[in-house]
Structure formats: C-alpha cells, structure tokens
Design a protein around this ligand. Structure first.
Ligand code: ISL
Ligand code: CA
Length: 544
C-alpha cells in the first residue's frame, strides 16, 4: 500500500466562530485560532480543517458565500488569514479550507446578475425552470425547506436550491461556472493551503429532467446524479493534480461501492470522503449496525480507497452525548470512543472540544437556538399545528447547535471564549469541563488524545493495518484486530455501562501481549487473560 502523508494525519476541525473570540464581539475569529495554535500543536494534530471563512451574509454560518476571494469581516482580514497559514506551517501543521461550490449565497453578485433578467449572461449560472401548473417544477424537498424551488417574482421562474432558499445551487453544466470555480480554487492553492474539505460535493450534478420523486422526504435524489464523476475528474485534472494537497469530499447518501467511485485510487477524483452511514443511520449507539458499516466499508476500501472516521462535527451532536455517556461515564466513554476512532481504518477527525469530552446542550427555548436548519424545521412543523414544545423536544437532541456552543477553555465567565456576549450560549457545564482543568490532569481526556495521536505517528499499523472484527453479533463488546507486516494489534472495547466478561480469542491463547493504551489506569502492562471489563473500558494490545 502506498504511503502518503495525508493518509497518516489526524485532522482537527476548527469551527472558528465558536473557538476563541479576541475582539469581544462574541464571535470567534482568526485571531483566536492563531492564539490557540500552540494548544493544537501540543495536542499533536497534523492538519487543521477550518470551516468557511469567506465573505458571507452568514445565514448558514458561512456556507452561503457572497465573495470567495474575501475573508468574512467577522472572522478577520486576509492579512490575518495569511498570518494564520504561516503560523500553522511554522508549527509543522497543515491547513485545509472548506470549499463550498454546490451553491453560493443569494447575495453573491453572480446570483444577483443571474436573477436580474432572463437574458443576463449569468442567467445560466444557476438553475432556473418554469413552474408546472402554477406549482414548482417538481416535488423535491431541499435539506432545509419543504420545496427545493423558490419562485422569483422578477423574472417569473423558479430557481433551485438544495439547502436554504438563500443558497441557490450553481449550474455545474455551465463551462463558465466550472472555470470560475477552478480559478478560485487555484487562488487559494497558490496561497499555499494544503487541501480542501469539499462541502456536499456529490450534489454538484443535477438530473437532466427533474422528475417527481416517489418519496419526496427521502432527499437522496439530490446527490450522485449523472455527470458528477466527470466534473470531479475535470476538477482533478485542471486543478488538484498540480498541487500536493489532500481532498476530503463530503459525500452523503453513498454505499461503499458508490463511495469508491469518488475516492478509488485509480479514479483521479478525490483522496478521501466523509460518508454519513453512521450519523444518518444511528440516532443513538447501535453496535451491530456500526460493526456492519465498518465491515462493509473496509471490505470494499482496503487497498483501493481511503476512508475517514468521525462521530461528530459542526452538523452532528457531540459524540459522548450521542454515542457514549455524558453523565457518570463521560470520561471513560469519551476515551473509549476516541480509542475506537483512532484504531479503525481511515483518517481520524477530532471536532473541537471532543478532546475534552464536551457534551451536547438542550436549550430551554427556541430563542436560544441559532441554526437555520433547526429554525426552518421548527417553523414548518409548528405551522402544521403541532405544539411548539413537542416540536422542540423532538428536534433538540440532534440539533446542529449541539456541537456549536463555544469551546470551553477555562472556568472564567463564558468559559474563556469571549469577553463579550457569545453569539450562542455557552454550555453551563464549562465550570467542570474545560481545557484548563483537563490539562492539569495526567489522566484527562486531553492527555489520552495526545497519546493516541502520538501513537499514530509511531505505528503505521494504525494507518495501514488490515481490519478484522472478532466480535460479530456481540452488542456490548467490540473486539477487532489490525494487522500490518508481522505485527498484530488487538482492540477491546466494552461499549456498555455494565461490566462485561471478555474471553481471549482462541487464536491468541498463549501469546505474549503488551498493553499499548487503556482508559483505566490499573491494567497490567504485560499479559492478556480472560477478564471482566468495566463500564466503557477500552484496551489496545500488541500481540507477538
Ligand atoms: O451531515 C450530513 C448527513 O447527516 C450531511 O448530509 C450534511 O448535512 C450535508 O451534506 C450538508 O452539510 C454541509 O453543507 C451545508 C451546511 O449547512 C453544513 O453545515 C455543511 O456541513 C450547506 O452548505
Ligand atoms: Ca470576534
């Protein structure tokens, strides 16, 4: 298997608006990211993924871009961004930027021109259609609204949007659009960035005919339409292959077989992807489902394409709350989930705050929420006559704002995130859960992440090793091996709040075992025998 730098990294996601505010306006900023780079270097991560910082009216937290060549004033300036890149590089880290090119803001000058008249040269840069009998062209939903079409009074047609009304989709069938995007990508690559995280990238192609869907609520029709691979191959040939950078595509609604078409090493498209089978199919922990997802992706990908591992991000509720235990066993379960993500095949992603076991929120009132996806959905459901309290209770657990509360640095007011009024409320548990406290303790979640990340630097088995699940059908225990050259690692995870007995697989009986890492401190360094694992206990052994 070919060694590549991007296969060997751990990526840390910085959701900058909630990371660190330096000018007191309550919004995190580039100055804050720069200030905390030593913290990230100390954690040991190799790559930083920065959520969109381009100029934007900010209806969808920067995913609605109005100028790809300018930094959003809330975030800072281009000079500051350049300083950030320099400071990242000088610490031996890399920076990847969000690339949002399925859509722009409705205030982008391209769209303003496009909507100004049917004859404008940019009319075809977006997707305009006549209505059907006084209704939208088809019955599709968007991610955030009941219809993917918005009526535009000025020219008497509908435009298409996969997300919010304020995010019209670009028409990738138009060569000028593609050229404009490739030029923009080169602008950032020439500044020296190390890659892109590509937003909703498998949505770029649209069907020739927008026929009605049988089940409009299954919005998978938005993705993987014919032509997508031609666009990505062209993007690779025209732009990406000329730079030594990493690309990770956000690719919802794919099976492993379809996923491989995006990242297969012989395909000339992308390096790696985020698939959403875990997040979309597992509202809560589901061991059997998780194992089957891992197995299927590994079978299809091993030796052929590269995967990613993550359980949360800025769109998905924090992992200890959703997939572990954010109460009595918060620390143990945070470490268990980390052990799993860092020992499964694929690039591990750490979402800011995960490294100290930050938890999700449940705000008392809709007024406390900020996310457009939640606000729209709430409005839609309440309009049907449902009780607002019931709607909020239903939507809150997976609301995107769960993971967007400010980073908890210390126990000072607002968790040390801002001296002003934070744009979204701080989780009140910051007094106990914060980086200052974690960093004072040798057995903290932070210290555990440091160790996992540094182990990865020294052990190619964690990156290139084959994966075999030895615990098929077990709902509590997850036991698997990684195997590379003549090394074998055994990973043992008790994903339960109760004690669970573990028997050494016959295959390994009598073998010498050396403990690599464990989340309980009293485990013997040498030797492995049948035992009773404690709640959320995690151990990794090297066998020989
Ligand atoms: O998270 C997902 C599945 O559970 C994805 O389907 C995701 O919601 C979707 O791919 C789009 O997310 C991305 O683009 C949006 C933006 O609001 C999100 O924050 C971003 O991650 C529109 O740009
Ligand atoms: Ca600020």
């Amino acid at each position: 298997m070919k060694r590549e730098w991007w296969k060997e990294v751990v990526v840390y996601q910085v959701y900058w608006r909630s990371f660190k505010d330096t000018n007191g306006d309550g919004i995190g900023d580039l100055g804050g990211v720069i200030e905390k780079l030593d913290y990230l270097a100390d954690l040991g991560v190799g790559v930083i993924w920065l959520n969109p910082v381009y100029d934007s009216p900010d209806r969808d937290n920067g995913y609605d871009i109005s100028d790809y060549y300018k930094i959003m004033p809330k975030a800072g300036s281009m000079e500051q961004w350049e300083r950030l890149l320099h400071e990242v590089h000088s610490r031996g880290m890399k920076l990847i930027m969000d690339l949002v090119v399925n859509h722009t803001s409705n205030l982008h000058p391209w769209f303003l021109e496009s909507r100004s008249s049917r004859h404008n040269p940019k009319r075809d840069w977006y997707i305009w259609r006549d209505g059907k009998d006084g209704a939208p062209p088809n019955n599709w939903r968007s991610y955030f609204t009941p219809s993917a079409w918005e009526w535009d009074e000025v020219t008497g047609q509908y435009y298409f949007h996969s997300f919010a009304t304020e995010q019209p989709d670009l028409n990738w069938a138009n060569t000028d659009v593609r050229n404009a995007i490739y030029d923009m990508m080169k602008f950032w690559l020439d500044k020296g960035i190390d890659g892109f995280r590509m937003d909703a990238i498998n949505l770029l192609a649209k069907p020739a005919l927008f026929s009605d869907a049988d089940n409009p609520s299954d919005i998978s029709y938005l993705a993987n339409n014919p032509g997508i691979h031609e666009y990505l191959r062209e993007m690779h040939d025209r732009v990406l292959k000329h730079y030594d950078v990493m690309t990770v595509g956000e690719i919802p609604f794919v099976t492993p077989e379809e996923g491989l078409k995006y990242v297969g090493q012989d395909r000339g498209e992308l390096h790696t992807l985020f698939h959403f089978q875990v997040c979309d199919e597992m509202p809560g922990w589901d061991m059997l489902r998780f194992k089957s997802i891992q197995k299927r992706w590994h079978e299809v990908f091993y030796g052929r394409g590269w995967n990613s591992q993550f359980l949360n991000n800025h769109d998905h509720t924090r992992q200890v709350t959703r997939y572990g235990d954010d109460d009595e066993y918060r620390v143990e379960s945070a470490k268990l989930l980390a052990t799993m993500i860092h020992t499964l095949p694929g690039i591990p992603y750490v979402y800011q705050g995960e490294e100290i076991g930050m938890t999700g929120v449940h705000f008392p009132s809709i007024e406390d929420y900020r996310d457009i996806a939640l606000m729209n959905r709430y409005g839609e459901e309440v309009k049907k006559g449902r009780s607002p309290e019931a709607v909020l209770a239903e939507l809150a657990p997976l609301a995107r704002d769960n993971s967007r509360t400010p980073m908890q640095w210390d126990d000072s007011p607002n968790a040390g995130f801002t001296k002003g009024e934070p744009w979204i409320k701080v989780n009140p548990n910051y007094v106990e859960i914060n980086t200052k406290r974690d960093r004072e303790r040798p057995d903290s979640i932070f210290a555990y992440y440091q160790k996992l990340i540094s182990l990865r630097r020294q052990n190619p088995i964690m990156i290139y090793g084959d994966y075999v699940d030895l615990s098929d059908g077990d709902e509590a225990l997850y036991v698997y091996t990684r195997k590379w050259e003549d090394e074998v690692w055994l990973i043992i995870l008790n994903h339960a709040q109760t004690r669970t007995s573990f028997h050494v697989p016959e295959l390994f009986a009598g073998q010498t075992a050396r403990l690599i890492i464990a989340n309980y401190s009293d485990v013997a360094r040498d030797g492995l025998s049948d035992t009773c694992l404690r709640p959320y206990e995690a151990r990794v052994y090297a066998l020989c």
